[in-house]
Design a protein around this ligand. Sequence first.
Ligand code: FES
Length: 238
Amino acid sequence: MATLIFNNKKFDYPVNKDLFVLQKDTGIFIASSCYKQGLCKECVIKIDKGSEFLNEPTEYENHLKPPYRLACQTKIVQEEAIVECSTLKRDEIVIEEHSTDSFIRKNISLNPAVTKDIKNNVFLVKEQVGNTKNSILGLAIDIGTTTVVLKLIDLSQAIVIKSISFENPQRFAGSNVMSRIHFDSNDNTKQLKRILNSHIYNAIRKMTENTQDVYDVLIAGNTTMRDIYFGIDVTTVG
Ligand code: FES
């Protein structure tokens, strides 16, 4: 048995068992959309101490440099070892409830592209795009190089329902814009886009079960963050 300190939580951890399974029953969230096949590259973790007690990086980790590893490929290989690691979030996702954060009170007109009539039909301009008894929702997403912020908005009442912020999970490719451009320009699998997409998707699921009622999304970011997110070549930006 070894000792694993993951996101400051301490566990007795068996050797030769991948670190991805740790999230079961521990409340630790590790992003994934391939479930341990090494393909999605989303389960990136940072090894803070004890990398010498881990298995060698596998072929699925060629894109990563120390101290980063894929949780699904990483195992402690020495009994009694002490290993410390963390997911890429500085802190757990912060969820704020802002039920009184009204745009109307601030004299801000939302003027959403979608509207709902008294029969609950939802229209995009004049075209019907849905029908719901629930509030029609909008999302505002600010993709910063360091932090990503999402706000879920009730478009009918012009109220911010919830906010979530988390560290931009692209950090493994460097903390500044130039290193992200360099990474993305040499990566035709578009891992930066995929890992961010996965985290945004999970954040949305944490904010609402009614994802089908999200009709309008506004995304803002600097040129690099925006283009990486939309899969646009950023080589010339650098
Ligand atoms: S879970 Fe997909 S690469 Fe690790």
